[in-house]
Ligand binder design. Structure first.
Ligand code: AMP
Length: 305
């Protein structure tokens, strides 16, 4: 079962305390699509300009990612630049050039309308809604978001929440969105707005998963060296969505989601080991299984008699 992934595709310039690299492959959909492709096929919807390097398109094409929905428009590709602070947990956006992304309308090829699993990666909630308007009856819809949309498009985001099965956001965004300091209260408040499931990411401290009368917490893989945190959240969402699609269950259960959250965390832990999507190029299924088992083992707790 493929996953429909819609979001941004761009060229990033990233500065960390140790290095700076320009014009890297980036964008929420790039990370999410490549991550999902480790588990399932991907129908990618996004836009790039004529300057988008062909090797990046070839990279997507080499990963079980269908490119019928990739629009190549006259003009320049979306560009984003960010700088990480010493702890790598916080960053400052240095610049954004929307370019062709400014007039992006995510139009689905007819062959995508019936895709059963949908990941609305980070783009304006109005565009995420526009994607849903074109779909027949997806089995499971996941939406990601960011602080920008909570600030400038909260009403659209609230409308979107009524139509998705799951929202993924980070701890700061959950607090900002609900005005609640407690993440437990925030998760419950967001669920009350519509989505059956909510995942709140806490960076190096893992992730909280909320369901109906159900709660799961997943620790992050204990990584010593992070080289570039960019796209960790998108990679998490892509791995989670791809794993669910690979199960192809009639209905997604909380148990499926617990495992999906661990797989998402594993993919994200690998992605931050190198800039851009470089680590994804060499990652193997065996690597994924290894870290999945390690997270399982270190999370296991038994009370001895
Ligand atoms: P994350 O680290 O998960 O926040 O994702 C970073 C990626 O999001 C980068 O590759 C950027 O190209 C992309 N990005 C940054 N700002 C936006 C935006 N306003 N809309 C969509 N994508 C964005």
């Amino acid at each position: 079962m493929p996953v429909l992934v819609v979001g941004s595709i761009g060229l990033d310039t990233v500065k960390t305390p140790l290095a700076e690299h320009a014009d890297l492959l980036g964008g929420s959909a790039s990370y999410a699509a490549v991550s999902a492709s480790f588990f399932s096929g991907v129908n990618l919807v996004g836009i790039v300009g004529e300057d988008f390097p062909q090797p990046h398109v070839d990279f997507f094409g080499s990963r079980n990612i269908d490119l019928c929905g990739l629009q190549i428009a006259p003009g320049k590709t979306f560009r984003w630049s960010g700088e990480y602070h010493t702890d790598l947990n916080t960053r400052t956006t240095r610049s954004i050039e929307l370019n062709v992304f400014e007039h992006f309308t995510p139009t689905l090829p007819a062959s995508y309308n019936n895709t059963q699993y949908v990941l609305l990666a980070n783009i304006a909630p109005s565009l995420q809604l526009h994607v849903l308007d074109q779909m027949t009856q997806p089995r499971f819809i996941i939406a990601d978001t960011m602080d920008l949309w909570i600030n400038i498009a909260k009403d659209d985001l609230i409308a979107l929440l009524k139509r998705v099965d799951m929202l993924i956001l980070n701890d700061g965004e959950a607090r900002q969105f609900t005005g609640e300091n407690s993440l437990i209260k925030a998760g419950k408040l967001i669920r009350a707005l519509g989505p059956k499931y909510v995942a709140i990411k806490k960076g190096e401290h893992g992730c909280l998963l909320f369901g109906e009368n159900a709660f799961f917490t997943c620790g992050a893989y204990p990584l010593e060296d992070i080289h570039d945190p960019t796209g960790a959240g998108d990679t998490f969402a892509g791995g989670l969505a791809g794993y669910l699609a690979s199960l192809n269950h009639d209905e997604v259960t909380f148990e499926d989601l617990r495992k999906a959250v661990v797989y998402g965390s594993v993919l994200a832990s690998y992605n931050v080991e190198a800039f851009s999507l470089e680590r994804m190029r060499t990652l193997t299924p065996q690597d994924i299984v290894r870290r999945y088992e390690i997270i399982k083992a270190i999370s296991h707790f038994e009370v001895l008699p």
